[in-house]
Design a protein around this ligand. Structure first.
Ligand code: CA
Length: 233
């Protein structure tokens, strides 16, 4: 898999390790050490994905993410956030349009590379099949429509702004409706890789997804101690 990746990280060691490993995996990598420099670089040339550290001097990663998601020219740019603590995860995922994914430091280079490849693959799948019309084959559950071909979710006709991760999570649950999905199964399918200790990732994304779905969020049921189940038919 190829693509241009911008790494935004002020810690030199981490910036170098990340850049080195992504280049080794076949990506073209540019690196900057501040949010301001990141915005300038992105305005000049739009990368395919941004690896964005949360803690930066001056403008922090959340602010950079917010600005990128606000601007129509950059709102679809996938962002993978680097966070130092698990407690920061809710803030990262809870952004209005949200980072597409995150990893918690310390992370392995392999994990980061796999996450990036998974995001870009999901995006490519969505783009290949994108159409303007709602597919007659789209899944419908009361007010909720999930159109996999157009990569679009609507509630009462209003298009929801879901991240690629949220879309994939919802589509997976709906396709397996009536059956309980464990966190591990969802990680495997949606994230494309099983990350030990990342069950919380699923919970955080589900919570955010339910908020965006509004009343239709009731279709995603929590099965205590096991996982989640989509209850539409
Ligand atoms: Ca930092």
């Amino acid at each position: 898999m190829t693509g241009n990746i911008l790494v935004v990280e002020d810690e030199v060691d981490i910036q170098e390790i990340v850049s080195y490993n992504l280049e080794k995996a076949g990506f073209a990598v540019a690196a900057v050490d501040s949010g301001e420099a990141a915005l300038e670089s992105i305005r000049k040339e739009l990368p395919d994905l941004v690896v964005l550290d949360l803690m930066l001097p001056g403008m922090d990663g959340l602010e950079v993410c917010r600005l990128l998601k606000q601007d129509t020219a950059t709102r679809d740019l996938p962002i993978l956030m680097l966070t130092a603590r698990a407690e920061e995860v809710d803030r990262v995922v809870g952004l209005e349009l949200g980072a597409d994914d995150y990893v918690i430091k310390p992370f392995s280079a392999r994990e980061l590379t796999l996450r990036i490849q998974a995001i870009l693959r999901r995006l490519a799948d969505g783009r290949d099949s994108a159409t303007a019309e709602t597919d007659p084959e789209a899944m419908r559950f009361g007010p909720l429509t999930i159109d996999k071909a157009a990569h679009r979710v609507t509630v009462n006709g209003d298009v929801l702004a879901l991240t690629s991760t949220e879309f994939s999570l919802l589509a997976t649950l709906a396709e397996r409706r009536g059956r309980v999905q464990s966190r591990e199964e969802l990680l495997n399918t949606v994230w494309g890789y099983e990350y030990a200790g990342y069950g919380r990732t699923v919970d955080t994304h589900i919570r955010r997804l339910r908020e965006k779905l509004g009343g239709a969020g009731e279709l995603v049921e929590t099965v205590r101690g096991v996982g989640y189940r989509f209850i539409g038919d």
